[in-house]
Design a protein around this ligand. Structure first.
Ligand SMILES: Cc1cc2nc3c(=O)[nH]c(=O)nc-3n(C[C@H](O)[C@H](O)[C@H](O)COP(=O)(O)OP(=O)(O)OC[C@H]3O[C@@H](n4cnc5c(N)ncnc54)[C@H](O)[C@@H]3O)c2cc1C
Length: 1023
């Protein structure tokens, strides 16, 4: 079957437009531009006429790629399929065919007729179709990945060397999830560094590749990704993470030093940039090895980063190489910042990246020593990781301008790309190095997908140069906005226009800044200043000492005052009430880290959990403020002449807010502000475990009312703080006949009791109580056979063990699909990886940034969790019981339970059915996806659920059939954001609409309708 294997047409590959003369634009007048053009044109001419460079051209002539570039929808689905492919490969033709069919039948995808015909194939033809696509993808991977290991790549490296091209070997792999994976990766690197020098020692000498103007250049050059060397590469705990990395990195670097091997640190995501620089510098200061670091020009911080590196090299008197690249994660960085509401770290336009590349080139060339003597004082040697002849020519012109020889510059290009340029560079006498990735397809998939994206991007210089055959004038022009672009209209910073783009609420004039709501961004702990400020705030934070001692009589007195003040609050201008919320949000924002610090100390939240709790509290205020105002504006129904029909809402009356300890600020703030902003007085009864943060919130609300000009007595009467025992005072509050609405979040037992109590209506009670009741969960994540396990393992770990599993949304069941049974390869592999990944978690004092697992809320809770662990041991197989470090409980005065994982858990087991509210997860087996859904749905709790699958029809089926309040696909099942993920369940998980959803406030009001006859003696105003 030949659908994908069309021969490249000679026209596509060989048609070239040779540069003629320099373009006559204004910018070319400068001598620099003219020189760049000359150098670039020469380079390009040589490349375009080069005979050996068909490999990369073949990529473009490949039918799959051609279709991908023509049709963005096809490209998305095809690349998603390619990403899934290695997982399917082991499962045979049927699985491959099924998934391909699924992806390409997604709405909006136009399937080329030749594939369409193959997709309609049945029976044996399916196998043939699958084999064809498998061959095609493997061929594509083979273009970018040089072999499964260094040994298999060696003949290719030798051929390169013979052709005058050096190499840097990269062992594919990144973002490992466990210590054992990191150990394995480190072992492979050590092996490579120990053995490769001997293997290449017999190759003929090549002075051009083995020396520069400062001395010798190692023959063996390897590239490492630090995220593959530690499961704790998290800058939040920079010192801890560097310590863990050093354990594996130092032996590698020492061996490299001893064997004269060059080691380059690749640069990964922006979150790791400062961390990687810090690590690199410390390694260089500690050990004298041939060192290199990749730096990225697509970052807005690029020039500052370059100056920082150059200054350090001088200060440390260290000679290092910088591989300057543009950057491989542009899409990912743009998307990540969008999702977090962070400023985008990368330039918005390609020309800005190119301009930054040239600027950084200049900074590094300025830092390049001119002689071996000068090099003793340290400096930077520059290598360019680019396939862009303009970027390269600009650097060559930069050399000339500084009287630096050509040897002072190294060119590096990727395996499988731009072969024409590589050979042209060698011909020009430049030191050319190919970056050669080796490894298996699964760890290599992230790399492969980056290459596919890069090569099919409309912004790619290589595509413009060798597929579109753009002319030299265009290809070599100085980076600048397109000639016809309106320079004032650069692409907007996505963050700046985020509220309007997303419109999670209407923008209400006079409420806040008048713009729609947008979520408060969590802290970016990769930024040192944010980490330091957070640590200082935790150190300063003190938890107010609050006794839970309010009596029933005191509570009744509060209710009486609230009831008496109801009418005045009800009739207060809704905008005033909204102002109170906006000011509350602002006051919380001003002391964000301090509030987090109090929660860390009072409830044992870890840094990120506490920070997210504060953000959510702020969000509830800003969100409900914007939703409440329109609610109290009368809405006209229809436009009947002679009749004015309107609806409006009115508050219900005194609200009892009974909140839990697990989101001690966010949930209390959410329920309280929802009630207040809709005109209901509130009695706040916080959980007994966390009255301190509740007291602070109460004070903030009072301050906000004062700032908003609310009368002091009114403010005191409409909001009461009632820290008290639940069984006595709490129970009395909810039963009081003057309480009109109860907003409760907590356990199923208490929730059901409140519902029952609220159903009793004594004679003196003039209304039926409304109960908004959020209870527990027994949430499941399904792991399908095509799941991306790198993501699934980390997401399950975070969902199950984040805040020690004490979230109603936490994952406590993982249902793994394995057609081969409960001991089949899929479930065994997943369980093993989850166990290993969980072993990498640090149990510790939550005030420290490196702590992943803090204490459970109290000793009573610990005892309950441990009872379940004992049951689990009897019912199933204990796979992990992470020990609590000795002395930790005494040191912190808190109760701890380490993460526990059980496998072979029967559906009937208590740990598969009961809400435990602790770090315990049950792994269950399902024979297929339908079975997984059945098991997931079998719980009476219906709160959150998750599915990891790369089969579109399974995701679609989950949307229809996985019946939970919040379903998460291919992500963890916790961390709902206000406005974006309205949160709440049904079944035994609660009654009422969703917190942070646009109908939440309706529960706190009652609707009224008014019809007015406007006809008077035969006439009406609107006729
Ligand atoms: C030897 C070698 C090693 C490498 N190592 C690393 C590494 O460690 N880390 C890493 O991140 N990358 C690395 N890369 C990948 C490299 O970043 C990409 O190959 C490179 O960006 C392609 O740039 P170019 O100059 O060849 O192509 P060009 O086509 O000139 O530039 C493409 C680049 O422009 C940027 N871009 C695309 N669209 C936009 C836009 N709208 N706005 C702003 N910028 C845009 C992107 O960064 C894109 O990759 C390496 C590359 C080579 C050759």
């Amino acid at each position: 079957m030949g659908w994908f294997s069309r021969k490249p047409s000679p026209k596509q590959v060989e048609q070239v437009v040779l540069p003629t003369s320099a373009p006559r634009s204004g910018e070319a007048d400068s001598a620099r531009e003219a020189r760049i053009f000359d150098l670039g044109a020469d380079f390009l001419r040589r490349a375009r006429t080069h005979k050996t460079g068909l490999l990369s051209a073949k990529f473009y002539s490949d039918a799959l790629m051609e279709w991908s570039m023509k049709d963005p929808e096809f490209k998305v689905q095809m690349f998603r399929f390619v990403d899934t492919f290695p997982m399917l490969r082991n499962r045979g033709g049927e699985a491959i065919f099924d998934h391909l069919h699924d992806y390409l039948s997604q709405p909006g995808v136009t399937v080329p007729p030749v594939i369409n015909a193959a997709l309609k194939a049945g029976g044996l033809l399916k196998g043939a179709a699958a084999a064809t696509i498998a061959k095609q993808i493997e061929g594509m991977a083979g273009k970018f990945i040089a072999g499964t290991d260094a040994a298999s790549a060696l003949p290719g490296l030798k051929t390169l060397w013979d052709d005058g091209i050096a190499f840097s070997v990269d062992l594919l792999g990144e973002t490992c999830v466990s210590d054992s994976e990191a150990d394995e990766y480190a072992k492979k690197y050590l092996d490579l560094i120990q053995n490769l020098p001997a293997q290449v020692a017999g190759w003929p000498a090549n002075p051009r590749l083995e020396s520069d103007h400062l001395g010798s250049v190692p023959r063996v050059n390897v590239s490492v990704k630090i995220s593959a060397l530690s499961a704790r590469t998290d800058p939040i705990d920079t010192e801890g993470a560097i310590g863990d990395l050093m354990k594996r990195l130092l032996p590698i670097l020492e061996t490299a030093r001893d064997r004269g091997v060059f080691v380059n640190f690749d640069m990964e995501h922006h979150a790791l940039k400062d961390f990687t620089i810090e690590l690199f510098q410390r390694c260089c200061e500690k050990l004298d090895f041939h060192a290199g670091l990749a730096m990225q020009a697509y970052l807005k911080s690029g020039p500052d980063d370059a100056r920082r590196m150059a200054d350090w090299a001088k200060r440390a008197r260290r000679l290092v190489t910088v591989r300057l690249v543009k950057g491989a994660y542009w899409d990912a960085e743009t998307i990540k910042s969008e999702l977090h509401g962070w400023p985008c770290p990368v330039w918005a336009s390609k020309w800005q990246t190119d301009a930054c590349f040239e600027k950084m080139t200049d900074i590094y060339l300025d830092a390049c020593p001119r002689s071996a003597d000068e090099a003793k004082n340290g400096g930077i040697k520059l290598a360019l990781g680019s396939h862009n002849a303009r970027s390269i020519a600009a650097a060559m012109a930069g050399l000339e301008a500084r009287n630096l020889p050509r040897e002072a510059l190294e060119l590096q290009m990727l395996h499988g790309m731009a072969d024409q340029l590589k050979y042209a560079a060698a011909e020009l006498g430049l030191r050319m190095r190919e970056y050669v990735p080796v490894g298996e397809m699964i760890p290599g998939m992230a790399y492969l997908v980056r290459r596919l994206l890069e090569n099919t991007s409309n912004e790619s210089w290589l595509k413009a140069g060798f597929l579109d055959n753009a002319d030299a004038g265009q290809l070599l022009r100085a980076p600048a906005p397109a000639a016809n672009a309106d320079s004032a209209k650069q692409p907007a910073d996505l963050l700046a226009i985020a509220p309007e783009r997303h419109r999670l609420t209407p923008g209400v004039p006079g409420v806040g800044d008048g713009r729609p709501f947008f979520t408060e961004a969590v802290r970016d702990f990769s930024v040192k200043a944010q980490r330091d400020a957070f640590a200082a705030a935790i150190a300063r934070a003190t938890v107010p000492k609050i006794a839970n001692d309010r009596t029933v009589d005191q509570a009744k007195d509060m209710i009486a005052k609230a009831d008496a003040a109801f009418a005045a609050w009800r009739d207060t201008d809704p905008r005033k009430r909204a102002e109170v919320l906006v000011r509350t949000a602002a006051l919380m924002r001003r002391q964000r880290d301090g509030l987090a610090g109090v929660m860390i100390k009072e409830s044992g939240k870890t840094w990120r959990e506490a920070d997210a709790d504060v953000c959510e509290a702020i969000d509830f205020c800003d969100y409900y403020a914007r939703l409440a105002v329109p609610l109290f504006e009368r809405t006209r129904l229809g436009k009947f002449i002679g009749e004015l029909d309107e609806t409006l809402y009115q508050p219900r009356g005194v609200a009892a807010v009974i909140s839990p300890w697990n989101f001690p600020l966010a949930i209390l703030a959410g329920m309280t502000t929802a009630a207040l902003v809709t005109g209901n007085p509130v009695i706040m009864k916080p959980a007994e475990q966390t009255p301190g943060i509740a007291a602070i919130l109460f004070d903030i609300l009072q301050d906000a009312m004062k700032e908003s000009g609310i009368d002091r007595t009114l403010a005191q009467n409409i909001l009461h703080f009632c820290p008290a025992p639940g069984e006595s005072t709490g129970a009395a509050i909810v039963r009081d006949p003057r309480v009109a609405i109860i907003a409760f979040t907590g356990s199923k037992a208490v929730g059901l009791d409140i519902l029952k109590a609220a159903g009793h209506t004594p004679d003196e009670q003039p209304f039926v109580k409304k109960v908004v009741c959020e209870m527990g969960g027994k949430n499941a994540i399904i792991i399908d056979t095509s799941a991306d396990l790198d993501e699934a393992v980390l997401a399950v770990r975070a969902s199950a063990f984040g805040f020690q599993g004490q979230k109603c949304s936490a994952c406590s069941r993982v249902i793994v699909v394995d057609p081969e049974g409960p001991d089949g390869p899929a479930i065994s592999h997943f369980t093993r990886r989850l166990v290993e990944a969980s072993r990498a978690l640090t149990i510790g004092d939550p005030t420290l940034p490196g702590t992943d697992i803090g204490p459970v809320i109290d000793a009573e809770s610990k005892a309950k969790i441990e009872r379940y662990i004992e049951l689990g041991k009897k019912e199933s197989r204990l796979e992990l019981s992470l020990p609590v470090p000795a002395g930790l409980e005494d040191r912190t005065g808190r109760a701890f339970v380490g993460p526990h994982i059980f496998s072979h858990v029967p559906e009937s087991a208590a740990i598969a059915r009961d809400e435990i509210f602790g770090p315990v997860v049950a792994v269950l087996h399902a024979k297929d996806f339908a079975d997984a859904l059945r098991i997931a749905n079998s719980s009476p709790y219906k709160l959150t659920g998750g599915v990891f699958s790369r089969k579109p029809s399974h995701l679609e089926r989950a949307k229809r059939e996985f019946r939970v309040g919040n379903l998460y696909l291919n992500r963890g099942c916790t961390g709902a954001l206000v406005g974006r993920h309205p949160f709440g369940g049904f079944g035994m998980s609660g009654v009422g609409s969703k917190a942070g959803g646009n109908d939440y406030l309706l529960q706190f009001v009652e609707p009224r309708a008014i019809a007015e006859n406007t006809l008077r003696r035969g006439f009406a105003p609107e006729l």
